[in-house]
Design a protein around this ligand. Structure first.
Ligand code: NI
Length: 392
């Protein structure tokens, strides 16, 4: 096995300059034109077969080793968020109101570095690496679009991998576990319809505000009273809108929110109770409710065998203490789940915070920034895993 840690360190300036360039020029989901252009240019320069415009602005590249199969896919996401950056960093966003606040700039730079390293060792790869640079990870379905465009076919993907820099943990920490890694997410919209009227004569109206308030309270009983205490689910009402002025009972109230679960059985139970609770409370209060439910992502579930292999590679690469295999999970959701629904694989976390340098704001925060020391560690680990999976 090549010494990927040293190789990644030697490429640090490349990785950092790429990451900072992407950071300074963030693009929203499905608008990653500049980013995808740089990615395609870098991959073409390596002599790889490159396909652009996959699932919108996605880029796919193939690196064939000594044999054609198996095919291992490795994915990075390229999109930024609609957030106004407040880091004050020299490489801060030059695109006002758009920011790489989740570290996808780092993922893109890491995967380009991985491509460089693996390309230099292609004769040692007994199979094909498929690089997937995806658009629109942030709740816009970029992975699904690329799957529809055939990213998992021609050649057919056998195993898939992805990493996420993780600011909830310090640089040095690596989180890899089999089973659930990130939650499945649903978006809901509830419309409670009553009958509008004068605020002074409520008996002539049907008040949707009171009904909506009861619905919000009752929804919190679903997880508390229907889900086993050692299982996990979240139901959050995050917006509520109704009424225009102080003396008019409005005709309707709208609410939106999210449901997060890991286990399919828990998800089914929560959704069943959700529908029943909303409808029966609204009706009990004389109103009608309409529910719109949209699945954002399924749960991200790691195949135990692949996860065990990734753990073994990480233990060889890093000191034992750095590798956390204790089933670290988060209620955040991840678009890569759509890939892992179709092929086995592993999604893992690379600690990227450094509180001493003030680099520990959470993901999606206007002051989010990472310690770039995490990047070569991620690149080395990913290159080592790919080489391990493709050893003859
Ligand atoms: Ni992210």
């Amino acid at each position: 096995m090549p010494d990927f840690l040293s190789e990644a360190q030697a490429l640090f300036e490349y990785t950092q300059s790429m990451r900072r360039d992407f950071h300074a020029h963030p693009e929203l989901g499905f608008h990653e034109v500049r980013t995808a252009g740089i990615v395609a240019k870098e991959l073409t320069a390596l002599g790889l077969e490159v396909h652009t415009g996959v699932g919108g602005t996605g880029v796919v590249a193939l690196l064939e080793g000594a044999k054609q199969s198996p095919v291992v896919l490795v994915r990075a996401d390229m999109d930024a968020l609609p957030i106004r950056e407040e880091t004050g960093a020299p490489y801060a966003s030059q695109n006002p109101g758009v920011m790489h606040a989740c570290g996808h700039d780092g993922h893109t730079a890491v995967l380009l570095t991985v491509a460089k390293m693996l390309n230099a060792h292609r004769s040692q790869l007994s199979g094909t690496v498929k690089f997937m640079f995806q658009p629109a990870e942030e709740g816009m379905g970029g992975a699904e679009k690329m799957i529809e465009d055939g990213v998992l076919e021609n050649p057919k993907v056998d195993v898939a991998l992805a990493l996420h820099v993780w600011n909830e943990k310090p640089v040095g920490w690596v989180g890899i576990a089999g089973g659930p890694a990130m939650a499945g997410a649903e978006i809901f919209k509830i419309k409670v319809r009553g009958k509008g009227g004068h605020g002074a004569v409520p008996h002539l109206a049907v008040d949707p505000i009171l009904a909506a308030a009861q619905v919000v309270s009752a929804l919190q009983g679903i997880v508390a009273r229907n889900i086993a205490p050692l299982q996990t689910a979240v139901v959050s009402v995050c917006t509520i809108h109704g009424g225009e002025t102080f003396n008019v009972i409005p005709p309707a109230v709208e609410m939106t929110g999210t449901i997060r679960t890991f286990e399919p059985a828990v998800r089914t139970r929560v959704l069943e109770r959700f529908e029943k609770t909303v409808h029966s409370i609204a009706e009990g209060m004389g109103c009608q409710a309409e529910i719109e439910l949209q699945i954002l992502t399924p749960a991200t579930i790691n195949q135990p065998e692949t996860a065990a292999r990734v753990q073994a590679v990480a233990r060889r690469l890093f000191p034992e203490a750095d590798v956390d295999t204790a089933n670290y999970i988060t209620m955040g959701s991840e678009d890569f789940a759509f890939v892992l629904e179709k092929v086995p694989g592993c999604f893992f976390f690379i600690g990227s915070a450094n509180p001493e340098k003030g680099l520990d704001a959470g993901h999606h925060h206007p002051r989010f920034d990472i310690d770039e020391a995490a990047l070569p560690r991620g690149a080395a680990l990913m290159a080592a895993i790919m080489t391990d999976l493709l050893k003859s």
